[in-house]
Design a protein around this ligand. Structure first.
Ligand code: ACM
Ligand code: ZN
Length: 612
């Protein structure tokens, strides 16, 4: 490893400890592995050069990401020049290849210079992300901010990811999202060092990926004639066709956009279930038990799945061939979840297959289906990952598992020495409420609070030490039944995704209190970026616990640090004179709890109400 940083200089520049108030202003999410704050700061002014060890388009682009922010918020940009390694004691921002492992970076800031050491573009990029978070939060503004000194506190950071796979999923089928929003989604991922975009592209409710060989998939399969209003049980529909798809040109554009931000896109093509949109276009791929197939207009699980006949495999292999052309990712997601067996039980062909292959049942038929597809996908140099249910009837030999049905599937797969990404519901499901459902718009279920997400340990204790290495990462899932708009997606995903990103990246012990301090500061960055995140962080969370039929026991909590909760039971707005919540208490039927958080004698957030 090349070391450009003088140890003596470092020792004089750094002090081991700094005042808490000062530390609060330094908040990086996800938390770096080693972070030592020093005295003083480096001030970025328009005459500070950026020195690049490698003057290549890749590293010039990384410098450009810094310039984009500076240009918007500070009103100037920095010139880049090739680093002269014989003379590195020059004031500037230095990007130096120190041969570090992939994604790792070291960042040293002294009053004289900023040095980011890396081993590859990802490391340099993550060093830059941290640098941006060390600047005043106004650096994330989209307009010129006056009166800010663009100072970076002196520090010494060594940082590396905990997991190779740090994912964020987006379902673009239950609702369709435009390209601009997907780019923004990827930008936010990259800011949090999240490096896998799991793109859910096919579903019962719509097929979203252009496949040249099967044009009907998007001509027809993108559409559903209407969408259920409310929950899937309401039986009320909007009468408005919903559609949208991504052309292959758009896919290439997004893959490139993501790659420039060190995000790999993992496409998901669902099989054998969640196939109704495809079957509605090509009914010959079904078990043929119905006269008519139509793209689903409500949510849930549908019995119309791909039949196990050769036509299906020909179709899926053709689709995969185009997928491989579009997505450089080694890993492809083949779904595998929620495949009811009703059609296969009735289908003469599927039953004949079970007999011919000597299988025990439809679960083994599903395993055979996935294994057959895996063989094809492996033969093309790609690997599969699937949801837990691909464990049913036996896991395909080389498959990775994305564990969503709690942890059991992930544990089982790891014990069988298959790699696992932990994406368990409800802990990592961002479609669950994040606050009291009484005060929130419709969501899937829950709530799953920020703290629950933060504290979840993605490496189950039950695994033996040698099995733990099979947990290769984490993923936050964004199913969009109840997220028809980009604003709603952002509201549900953030800031909870910050917690998952930190579990994916940070190699440090969890510290909820410290996280909340950093997060409150970090929210100002999200404000600058106009992320419409949920502000439950600043509001009391009131919970009623059943007791007798006449009373309930009330507990309350608040995420924001240094806040106190004050409440009333008569419907009036709490003030600083109202009782302060200290311990659980009992209420009767006539009482309504109204609670509000206060800090330093002033209210923060919004009042929250809860009635019997
Ligand atoms: C899933 O939520 N069906 C993977
Ligand atoms: Zn069949």
């Amino acid at each position: 490893m090349k070391r450009f940083f003088s140890i003596a200089l470092l020792l004089t520049a750094l002090v081991s400890c700094s005042a808490p108030a000062e530390r609060e202003a330094v908040s990086v999410i996800p938390q770096p592995e080693h972070f030592q704050l020093g005295d003083g700061a480096f001030r970025i002014t328009s005459d500070v050069p950026v020195y690049l060890d490698e003057m290549t388009p890749e590293f010039e682009r990384i410098a450009e990401f810094l310039n984009e922010r500076l240009s918007a918020a500070a009103g100037f940009t920095l010139k880049t020049a090739e680093a002269d390694l014989r003379n590195t004691n020059v004031r500037g921002i230095w990007f130096l290849n120190a041969g570090l492992p992939t994604e790792r970076y070291e960042l040293q800031v002294t009053p004289e210079k900023i040095v980011i050491e890396y081993g590859d573009g990802a490391g340099a990029f993550y060093g830059l992300q941290t640098l941006l978070q060390l600047l005043p939060t106004e650096i994330f503004a989209d307009h010129r901010v006056h009166g800010v000194r663009w100072e970076v506190p002196c520090c010494d950071i060594e940082d590396a990811p905990r997991f190779a796979y740090r994912g964020m999923h987006l379902d673009c089928c239950l609702h369709f999202f435009e390209m601009d929003f997907l780019k923004r989604y990827i930008d936010l991922m990259a800011l949090h060092k999240v490096n896998r975009f799991h793109w859910h592209l096919t579903e019962d409710q719509g097929w979203r990926l252009e496949i040249k060989k099967y044009p009907l998939l998007t001509e027809k399969g993108q559409w559903r004639k209407e969408t259920v209003i409310g929950s899937l049980k309401s039986g009320v529909y909007d009468g408005i066709p919903h559609g949208g798809y991504y052309s292959q040109e758009e896919v290439r554009e997004l893959v490139q956009y993501a790659a420039e931000r060190y995000v790999t896109i993992i496409p998901e093509i669902e099989m054998p279930g969640h196939a109704l949109a495809a079957i509605s276009c090509y009914p010959e791929l079904s078990c043929g038990l119905e006269d008519h197939y139509e793209t689903a207009t409500k949510w849930g699980v549908f019995k119309q799945v791909f039949c196990t006949k050769d036509e299906t495999f020909k179709f899926l292999e053709d689709v995969m061939d185009e997928v491989f052309e579009l997505f450089p990712s080694t890993l492809v997601h083949i779904g595998g979840d929620e495949c009811p067996k009703a059609s296969w039980k009735q289908c003469p062909h599927c039953q004949a297959m079970i007999r011919k292959l000597g299988l025990k049942d439809e679960f083994e038929l599903q395993s055979w289906f996935i294994t057959r597809m895996e063989k094809y996908i492996n033969s093309k140099g790609h690997e599969i990952i699937g949801w837990d249910e691909i464990l049913q009837g036996g896991l395909a030999p080389n498959a990775k598992v994305m564990s969503w049905l709690g942890e059991e599937g992930g544990i089982k797969a790891a014990q069988q020495h298959h790699e696992v990404v932990m994406a368990p519901y409800p802990k990592y499901y961002l479609d669950y409420w994040q606050a009291d459902p009484d005060s929130e718009p419709l969501a899937m279920d829950g709530p799953t609070l920020l703290r629950t997400m933060y504290e979840y340990n993605p490496v189950p204790e039950i695994l033996k030490p040698e099995e733990r290495r099979y947990i290769i990462g984490v993923e936050g899932c964004v199913w969009t039944e109840y997220m028809p708009t980009p604003a709603r997606v952002e509201y549900m995903a953030w800031p909870r995704m910050c917690a998952i990103a930190e579990s994916g990246w940070s190699n440090v012990a969890k510290d909820w209190e410290g996280f909340t301090r950093r997060l409150e500061h970090h929210l100002k960055r999200l404000d600058g970026l106009h992320v419409g995140y949920c502000k439950a962080f600043f509001n009391p969370f009131i919970e009623f616990h059943d007791d007798t039929k006449y009373d309930k026991v009330v507990t309350m909590s608040i995420d924001a640090p240094d806040a106190e909760i004050r409440y009333t039971l008569d419907g009036s707005e709490p003030t600083m004179a109202s009782p302060r919540y200290e311990l659980p208490f009992v209420i009767n039927r006539q009482q309504t709890v109204t609670a509000r958080a206060f800090r330093d004698g002033r209210p923060i957030g919004e009042p929250r109400y809860k009635s019997f």
